[in-house]
Design a protein around this ligand. Structure first.
Ligand code: AHN
Ligand code: ZN
Length: 343
């Protein structure tokens, strides 16, 4: 085989299951009778992938932040949870609220609520998409010590992943996928041990991702299965980089390959980096370990920042100033292309 053939073969393998690059209306050309026809639909036969509306996703982030910090047991948390349930229901999903009393590392009993939206629940072949919807009760990485017990907006940490998933839910209401999709908004991810506290009774690692741990041990459907899962966490900052996360590579390498190749095919190589990043304890861990469903984490990390996630992370500055529609677009469009190409 000559090298040209090999490289064509490689390209086909690399791009398989991603579909044609999606084209916004701005990229449409005039077709019959002056109707705009997206270029991708005209030129390439295959699955028609909807265009992710990043302004819509941005507004979904802003709507959550407007409730105030979504700290478990607070009024804002309850009100935002009701909003998320109503939105997902309005997009045609069968929504289940999973309530649980979960004791956090510091003894607080959290009235946790995992919000589970099932699209086409009758289908047995499914894809799991998830994010955490709670926001951190403390700005424990804030440079100002007087703010380190202030709850945060969590625009990026929490809000961004949920905002992207609400826009995906909206697209699912317009055009269904071949497979069933479950969108799970996990609670109590970010109640992990405060950076200034030390309790030798609890390992720091075990204090995070409490809602997903509960769900993995008590799935809403007996024997729940999905082909794979994709977790979105901290996906809204300008110029974010998504490196290959350690647990994702260990438990779900093929899914990482599928998603990162798709992102690169779509032109999002500025965001989706082909190098390994850190190993991050996050909601995907319990999905992988407890249920054995391969689940990846798309998460921004910044090795040059103090806590590894960006200067604003777990500070009072994690607000709407850190949300960029372009980043939401890169992530949301990639996920749409992946799930609409699944058969
Ligand atoms: C750890 O710091 C071990 N996990 C953090 C995961 C996280 C926090 N994602 C968002 N906030
Ligand atoms: Zn956090």
């Amino acid at each position: 085989m000559d090298s040209c053939f090999l490289s064509i073969l490689f390209s086909l393998l690399l791009f398989a299951g991603c579909g044609a690059p999606s084209v916004d209306n701005a990229g449409a050309v005039k077709g019959d009778g002056g109707n705009a026809v997206p270029v991708a639909q005209q030129v390439v036969k295959g699955v028609d992938v909807p265009s992710f509306n990043a302004d819509s996703a941005y507004n979904f982030v802003a709507a959550q932040v407007a409730f105030g910090p979504r700290v478990p047991n607070s009024g804002a948390h309850k009100a935002c949870g009701d909003y998320l349930e109503a939105k997902l229901t309005s997009y045609g999903a069968d929504v289940v609220n999973q309530y649980a009393d979960i004791t956090a590392y510091n003894g607080d009993v959290l009235k946790a609520r995992n919000i589970i939206a099932q699209f086409q629940p009758q289908k047995s072949e499914r894809i799991l998409l998830c994010a955490h919807w709670d926001s951190r009760p403390w700005a424990d990485s804030d440079p100002d010590p007087s703010k380190r017990y202030t709850p945060i907006d969590g625009a990026n940490d929490g809000g961004s992943g949920v905002g992207a998933l609400l826009e995906i839910a909206r697209q699912l209401s317009i055009q269904p996928t071949e497979l069933g999709v479950d969108i799970i908004l996990f609670d109590a991810e970010d109640y992990g041990r405060h950076a200034d506290e030390w309790r030798d009774a609890v390992e720091g690692e075990e204090t995070w991702a409490l809602g997903s741990r509960y769900w993995a041990q008590n799935p809403h459907v007996k024997g729940y299965r999905a082909r794979y899962g994709i977790l979105l966490d901290i996906v809204g900052a300008p110029n974010s980089t998504f490196a290959l996360e350690g647990y994702s590579m260990y438990f779900a390498r093929a899914v990482v390959g599928k998603v990162w190749n798709c992102a690169n095919r779509l032109g999002y190589s500025k965001y989706f980096k082909m190098f390994e990043g850190g190993v991050i304890t996050d909601d995907h861990l319990h999905v992988n370990k407890t249920l054995g469903i391969p689940c990846i984490d798309i998460i921004n990390c910044d090795v040059d920042s103090p806590n590894g996630f960006g200067d604003y992370h777990h500070t009072v500055n994690d607000n709407m100033d850190w949300i960029d529609a372009n980043t939401l677009k890169a992530v949301g469009q990639t996920v749409l292309n992946v799930i609409y190409n699944e058969k």
